[in-house]
Each structure stands twice: as structure tokens, then as C-alpha cells.
Design a protein. Structure first.
Length: 718
């Protein structure tokens, strides 16, 4: 696990196709002309994604059932690249789907363990990979740059089947093996081995019926192959280990060749594989056919690629070729990396494990190698982009269903979420709120993390307490009230409408927001809590025999209840980002000035997450816990800021031109730097270094960093 992305309870890398912790599909909503539909997507997924685990940890056994939402009614027999954690894997959106996958490795010249490629892994040393064209439904075109040459994986679906063309073009003299397999998970599907490559696998599936898999190539005569069949309880995250444990080395033409051990104990099983040994370059066509398959390969793929149109108009905006390519990859990787998973939430109670489910999740993923499943905080931003390209696909992600009276159906759920959040995260003062989950007992962290907020190690009050009040949560709930007021007018009762109007009125009250969260001396909005202005992580002697010291939080001034006025950063921008400030407000003026100050948040690469004047800027949280939201540039918050700046640039007032100027400069900085890094590395990154602009964190990062396309095309919802 790379050092610049910490493991957290809600962001564990998991094999999504086995029963495992899985976050249910996000609350769903439908756009109407009179509604900020995209705002609902963002707000409710952001608000509730991180609190979901807290809900189940504390209340799961006694929870009331949420109102049901009808679905799915999409075609669950269509294949897609819904195994997004793999370099190339296909399945349908059904728990009973067979799983198709590809592995490959270079044949070593000695009897050593081959370096197999299967799961996306940042440690594989692959120069770059990603989808260059995809629609999230029916086809995709992916380029993979191996150390010794390029690989292409292009595919197109068919009702009940698919066809893929795999092209290797490696350095001359290199020898490669490519392995294709089928595995059954939640079904009684049975597979057998064919007698030749025109039918390498055959079998029957619970809901697809009879199927067969074939391989075709113009070089078939020069390709040797071996097969493997297993009928056992298999762990999907160990499939490459099963392959290697059933591989043997033999000598052929004075060279070492690794092949599959073909001692088959059964005639059918739940896992079949074929290994093809190739010389440097080859084109392979792999097809899975059922009785309903009809589509031919070349014409179908080319027609799909040519007909791919997007609503993101960039041609008239004078972007460079690299910037245009980055925008195309941002969309294609988002769509090509949508995944489907099925399983259970698992929550650890003192008396045992509580399982909630089974549930299915259809969602985009932040990063194929590192976060290969959906996260509600991220998904709010994902759906903003996907909705522009394919509204129906967006609705399928949200509710696993097609068009319908979506808002009317999910309104009761949103009511429950809103009510639970206001009660469970209530603060010590009226209309003040506190994210739960901070560790008040630890002295090993410089500033205990606030994971529920999504901002992880962003510094809050130095000493967690029940008295603290969190600015961002109050702002989110203010926007919640605004949205629920509008929803209740359409779908609720008069009493509900009055209730949400009151919530909106109370939480958007500027005087109360200022009284609770504004520091006049510092000129910023900030949190409130038990805080010391002098905190450090220092070596403290310990009696341990193994080590005579440990790093602990130390203070030279005792903490006291006060505003956290020595921390200015993303959290301080929430009143601006969620448009709670009047266009003629001095608080808007001062916030804009802080944004534009290079000593605060402004850089030539985008807005950094924490002011350089803060004592927490680029500070480690523990000896082994590097800074995360303490200076790095994050595209989702930059997007929200740009959207707000565009809004204020359109509002009459004394700071209209300031907002417009900052908007133009910030957008140009973000696009230029991200394109430079994309050109240099081939990737869009999780975040960017505020001092050098270099990409950091997981990569490729298909998630909210793909909002750069929304930024480039001026699709900033206001």
C-alpha cells in the first residue's frame, strides 16, 4: 500500500465479487426542469456516504427498514467491463453472472516465478493504462503500455455474450503467455474444456443458458496452448495464485516454457482456463456466445466508436491537443471503470459480526487499482459527470432502474436520512453540528482524524470533545434543508414543507453562522472546539525495551474552548461553496481575498487544501502517517469552488468582477497543470502537489479528478 494513501475503515481495497463490506447504492433522485437535480446527487451522497458506517456500527440491529425502491428493470444479460479492478474483465449485472478475465506474463528465461498481471496494481510497473473510448454500456477500447510494448483490449457486447480483440505488440524476441478464464460464483454454472481453440470453453449458466468461448487468430498454427479445469471452493482474489500453483516449467527448443498442468480430475467444474503462448506480437479474437448472440465484431465496434457523442463541447475553447486528450480520457475512464458487485455489509460488534444484505452495487469507482468499488462521497461527483453523458445510465447507478418517478419514490428515504443525520450528528449548541467518530483518547495523533467528514486528516480542534462544532457539517445541512424544502413542496405534505422551510431558514441564517463560526481577528470561517494554538508531534521518552521513545502530541499551552482560527483551508470555504454568503457580504470579500493569497490557498496549479500559514500545513499526523488533506490540491473541492465563483460572478454586487477574475485564473491553472501531468505520466491523479503540481496518490484516478472535463467544458452547475 503506497504511503500517500492511508487505509481507512470506509476505504479498504476489497475483492468486490466475494461477500464483503459493501456500501449500498446512494440515495437516488431525478432531474426536473424546476430542480437542481445534480445538486441533490452531490449533496445527499456526500452527506450520507461517510455516516453510513457509523449508522450501522451503532444502530444496525434496531434499524427500521428503509422504504423500498423498485428495480432493477434494466437488461441484466448485457456484458460490460464491470470487473473494474482488473486490467481486463467482463461480467453482467447479475449475481449469477459467469466472470470472464484475462491474465498475462512474460515467459522468464529461468525457472523463476513469473510476474503475472491480473488485478490492477500500481506496483506492476506498467507505464500507463486506461480506456481511450468507452460508453459504460456496450463497448470499450483500452490501451495498456507494458514495459516491453503496447497491449490493446477492445470489446463489444452482444445480448448474452461479447467479443473482444486482444492485441499484443511486444519487443521482438520476447515470449508471452496470455490466460483467459471463466469462473462461477453465485450460481450453479458448470464449465468444461473444448477440444480445440474454436471452442476452448463450453458450459451452461443458470440464466444465460448454453454458452461457448472461442479464440481466433491468424497465427493459430504457431500458438501452443494448455488448459486448466478446477471444481473447488475458490477465492476470487487468489485466482492468479491458483494459476501459478497449477503451472509447471518444461524445456522446449532449449528454452524454459511455463505451461498449465493439464492433469484434470473432472470433466466439468466452476473454473476453466486456457493459456496461449505467443511470440512478441499477435491479434486474438475472443468470443463468448449464447443462443441469443448475433453481433459481428469489426462493424459493431467501429460503429459504436464513431457514434459516440458527448455533450462536452471543447472544440471552440482553444484547448491544446493534450488538454483535449485528457478530457477524452477523463470521460472514457469514468465510463469504462463502472463496476458491479454483490455482497454484504459486515459490521463488527462486540458480540459478533452483523451482516446486512445481500445487496448489489452498480457504481463508478475512484481508482481501479486502489479503490475498486463505489464510495458515496465520490459517487456524488461521479454522477454529475455521467449524468451529462448518459442520464439513463446515471439513474441506473443511483437506483438500479430506468426512468420513472424517481424523486417521488426516494423522497421518503431522503426524509429518513435527513432526520437521522440531524439527530445523530447534533452538536452542543442549537443548529450546531459535530461529525462523530473522532478519537478523544489518543495522544499519538497530531490532530485526530475526522473520517466521517470525508476530509480525513484535515485539522479540526486539537483535542476532540463533545463541545466542538464543525463548520462544513452545518453548511451541508443548510443545503439539505434548502433541497428538502423544494422536494417537500412537490412530494410531501404541507406540514413537511413548513418543517423543511424552517430548517432551511435556521441553517442559512447568516448572523447565526457568523456568531458560531466566524473569527473576526483571523477573518475566516472555522470550526469551534477544545483547541490549543501550540501543538506539535514530538519524541517522548517511554519505558519500552524495544524503543526508548514514541511520537506523541504535546502542547505548550493548554487547550481551551475557542474558534480554530489558526486553520484556514477547504473547510473554511464551505459557506462560499454552498452559496450561503450574500453577494454584497464582507465575508464574501474576505474569503475571496484569502483564496487569492499565495500564502493561503492560491497556487499556479489550483487551490491547496490548507494554508501555508497554518501550523498543520504539510504536517505528519503520526510518525508513519503523512499529510493528506494538509496542502495537496484536490479537484472535487476546486470544482465546488469554481462552481460557486461562477455563481457569484453572475450576481450583481461589489465583488462580481473579483469572482469572475478568480474563476478564470483558477480554471486555467487547473487545466494547464493537470494536462502537463497527464502528458508527463499518462494518468489523471488522485490529488496534486501544491508546490510542484506533480500528481500524487493513486493512479489512474478515474474519480472526482475527472471533473476536469466539466471544468473545461464550462459545465459548472449554478
Amino acid at each position: 500500500m503506497p504511503p500517500d494513501r492511508r487505509p481507512t475503515p470506509y476505504r479498504r481495497k476489497q475483492n468486490l465479487e466475494t461477500p464483503s463490506a459493501i456500501i449500498p447504492a446512494p440515495p437516488s433522485r431525478r432531474k426536473k426542469k424546476t430542480f437542481g437535480w445534480e445538486a441533490i446527487v452531490l449533496i445527499f451522497t456526500v452527506l450520507f456516504g461517510f455516516t453510513y458506517m457509523i449508522l450501522y456500527v451503532t444502530l444496525a440491529p434496531s434499524l427500521d427498514k428503509l422504504p423500498p425502491i423498485k428495480g432493477p428493470d434494466y437488461d441484466n444479460k448485457l456484458w460490460g467491463t464491470y470487473r473494474s479492478h482488473m486490467y481486463f474483465g467482463l461480467r453482467t449485472r447479475d449475481p449469477k453472472s459467469p466472470l470472464f478475465g484475462m491474465m498475462w506474463y512474460e515467459q522468464p528465461d529461468a525457472v523463476i516465478r513469473p510476474a503475472i498481471r491480473h488485478w490492477c496494481n500500481q506496483g506492476d510497473g506498467i507505464s500507463r493504462y486506461g480506456w481511450v473510448a468507452a460508453d459504460g454500456r456496450s463497448f470499450g477500447m483500452q490501451n495498456i503500455t507494458e514495459k516491453t510494448g503496447p497491449i490493446r483490449t477492445n470489446w463489444i457486447n452482444d445480448k448474452g455474450g461479447f467479443t473482444a480483440r486482444i492485441s499484443f505488440n511486444m519487443l521482438k524476441g520476447r515470449r508471452y503467455s496470455v490466460i483467459f478464464y471463466l469462473v462461477s460464483q453465485y450460481s450453479n454454472a458448470r464449465f468444461g474444456l473444448g477440444t480445440h481453440l474454436s471452442e476452448i470453453f463450453k458450459g451452461t449458466s443458470d440464466y444465460l443458458g448454453d454458452l461457448k468461448v472461442s479464440v481466433d487468430s491468424s497465427k493459430m498454427d504457431s500458438i501452443s496452448h494448455s488448459t486448466l479445469l478446477l471444481d473447488d471452493h475458490l477465492m476470487l482474489d487468489k485466482l492468479d495464485e491458483y494459476i501459478l500453483s497449477n503451472t509447471k516449467a518444461m524445456e522446449k527448443d532449449k528454452k524454459i516454457v511455463f505451461v498449465l498442468n493439464e492433469n484434470h480430475a473432472a470433466t466439468e467444474g466452476n473454473f476453466v482456463a486456457v493459456q496461449l503462448n505467443i511470440e512478441n506480437s499477435v491479434d486474438l479474437e475472443v468470443s463468448l456466445k449464447t443462443t441469443s448472440s448475433t453481433r459481428n465484431w469489426p462493424e459493431g465496434l467501429e460503429n459504436s466508436r464513431r457514434s459516440l457523442k458527448t455533450p462536452f463541447s471543447l472544440a471552440s475553447k482553444n484547448y491544446t491537443t493534450i488538454q483535449m486528450d485528457m478530457g477524452k480520457v477523463a470521460l472514457s475512464n469514468m465510463l469504462g471503470s463502472i463496476g458491479y458487485s454483490f455482497g454484504y455489509n459486515k459490521v463488527n460488534f462486540s458480540h459478533g459480526i452483523y451482516e446486512y444484505g445481500p445487496q448489489q452495487l452498480f457504481s463508478a469507482v475512484p481508482s481501479r487499482p486502489f479503490f475498486p468499488r463505489g464510495f458515496l462521497w465520490d459517487e456524488g461527483f461521479h454522477t454529475m459527470l455521467i449524468r451529462k453523458f448518459d442520464p439513463r445510465l446515471c439513474l441506473e447507478i443511483i437506483v438500479l432502474a430506468k426512468y420513472g418517478p424517481v424523486l417521488a419514490r426516494i423522497y421518503p428515504r431522503l426524509e429518513k436520512w435527513n432526520a437521522w443525520l440531524r439527530v445523530s450528528q447534533m452538536g452542543s449548541q442549537k443548529n450546531g453540528y459535530r461529525w462523530r467518530g473522532r478519537n478523544a483518547e489518543t495522544y499519538m495523533e497530531l490532530n485526530p482524524k475526522t473520517l466521517a467528514s470525508g476530509l480525513d486528516d484535515y485539522p479540526r480542534a486539537s483535542h476532540p470533545s463533545v463541545e466542538e462544532l464543525h463548520l462544513d457539517l452545518r453548511c451541508w445541512l443548510a443545503l439539505c434543508g434548502r433541497v428538502m424544502e423544494r422536494l417537500s413542496k412537490l412530494y410531501g405534505t404541507d406540514a413537511e414543507h413548513r418543517k423543511y422551510a424552517k430548517q432551511r431558514e435556521e441553517l442559512t441564517d447568516l448572523d447565526e453562522l457568523v456568531k458560531m463560526h466566524w473569527s473576526e481577528p483571523a477573518g475566516i470561517f472555522c470550526d469551534y472546539g477544545k483547541h490549543s494554538m501550540s501543538v506539535a508531534l514530538a519524541r517522548v521518552p517511554t519505558p519500552s525495551k524495544e524503543r526508548h521513545f514514541e511520537y506523541q502530541r504535546v502542547t505548550s499551552h493548554a487547550p481551551q474552548l475557542q474558534l480554530v482560527s489558526n486553520v484556514f483551508g477547504y473547510n473554511s470555504l464551505f459557506p462560499l461553496m454552498l452559496r450561503l454568503l450574500p453577494a454584497n457580504s464582507k465575508y464574501l470579500k474576505l474569503t475571496l481575498e484569502k483564496i487569492r493569497d499565495p500564502k493561503e490557498l492560491w497556487t499556479e496549479f489550483g487551490l491547496r487544501s490548507l494554508s501555508t500559514r497554518s501550523p498543520y500545513y504539510q504536517a505528519r499526523n503520526t510518525e508513519h502517517d503523512p499529510p493528506y488533506w494538509r496542502g495537496a490540491i484536490w479537484i472535487n473541492i476546486n470544482y465546488m469552488t469554481l462552481s460557486a465563483l461562477k455563481y457569484y460572478a453572475l450576481q450583481p454586487g461589489p465583488y462580481q468582477s473579483d469572482a469572475e477574475n478568480i474563476f478564470q485564473l483558477l480554471r486555467a491553472n487547473l487545466v494547464r497543470n493537470m494536462a502537463n501531468q497527464f502528458n508527463r505520466t499518462g494518468y489523471i491523479w488522485e490529488n496534486y502537489d501544491d508546490r510542484t503540481g506533480e500528481g500524487r496518490g493513486s493512479h489512474p484516478f478515474n474519480g472526482w479528478s475527472s471533473l476536469i472535463l466539466m471544468i473545461m467544458s464550462d459545465n459548472l452547475e449554478t
